[in-house]
Design a protein around this ligand. Structure first.
Ligand code: ADP
Length: 249
């Protein structure tokens, strides 16, 4: 047991930590937003060159501008992932819980990614349950981030013309969601690190697929805060991610 004096000291230290954390998080958010504004401006300038809006360019110039454009895209992706993670860590204690229709949320997410999947000629098949599902008490915008990360990865790590399957079912007072792809898979040796901050498996990096290694870390963070579970099964033939969210916590 702590003495009243020790308790007061701990309380003060805790308040200081909270204050420092808020300052750090504001700093990340402000710098990341400023970075993103500059990177977006660069993106449009590179694009104007590539679209020949500013006149003719040589093949050599085009090659270099393309490289700059892609490198800029990687930075935009990283900054966006950093902003999402910062937001999740910031608001984790004040999640806005409300009864949410998971099926509708997944449909919204899939619609959002229809452009991406179309570009790669990937068909997304949503195997919807026949029965009506109970709603889940959750922070809708945070669970949207979970769905977005899983669907985005399934498309990103699949080859052109592949299929992605989503499914949903209710079991034991919880909703189970799965997202399956037939993509590059996660090598056995890397599987234990997959939810670690900034981790990217070598087969993803070798293929030059844009990523930051923050998506699944953020996803797990959100699922944990909802007292849910997340896991995956993977082989060279593809990957399936599973998320289980209890109806009530
Ligand atoms: P990233 O931005 O790199 O995709 P994530 O945190 O979302 O970051 O994922 C971490 C790593 O897990 C990826 O870099 C990739 O190596 C692996 N990974 C995630 N999802 C898949 C998937 N569906 N298929 C194959 N590998 C995946």
């Amino acid at each position: 047991m702590n003495t009243p004096e020790e308790f007061e000291t701990l309380k003060k230290e805790n308040e200081n930590l909270k204050k420092n954390n808020a300052v750090k998080s504001d700093l990340i958010s402000i710098s990341a937003h400023q970075l993103r504004t500059s990177l977006s401006a660069l993106k449009w300038i590179f694009k104007m060159f590539l679209d020949r809006d500013l006149g003719a360019i040589t093949g050599e110039q085009e090659g270099l501008i393309k490289k700059a454009y892609e490198s800029n895209e990687r930075m935009i992706h990283l900054v966006n992932d950093m902003l999402t993670l910062n937001h999740v860590e910031d608001t984790a204690l004040t999640f806005k819980m409300a009864d949410t229709d998971m099926l509708a949320l997944m449909e919204e997410t899939l619609f959002e990614f229809s452009g991406e999947s179309h570009k790669k000629n990937i068909e997304i098949i949503f195997l919807k349950p026949t029965e009506t599902l109970s709603k889940v008490s959750c922070d809708k915008e945070m669970i949207r981030v979970v769905f977005q990360n899983l669907v985005e990865n399934a498309i990103k790590y699949s080859a052109e013309g592949d299929k992605v399957f989503c499914s949903m079912r209710e079991q034991d007072e919880a909703i189970e969601i799965s997202v399956r792809d037939t993509g590059i898979g996660i090598p056995k040796d890397d599987q234990e690190n997959i939810f670690a901050k900034f981790f990217r498996a070598p087969n993803a990096k070798d293929k030059d697929i844009i990523g930051s290694g923050l998506g699944l870390y953020t996803t797990k963070n959100i699922v944990d805060h909802h007292k849910g579970k997340i896991w995956f099964e993977s082989s060279e033939k593809g990957t399936t991610f599973f998320v289980v969210l209890p109806l009530k916590q």
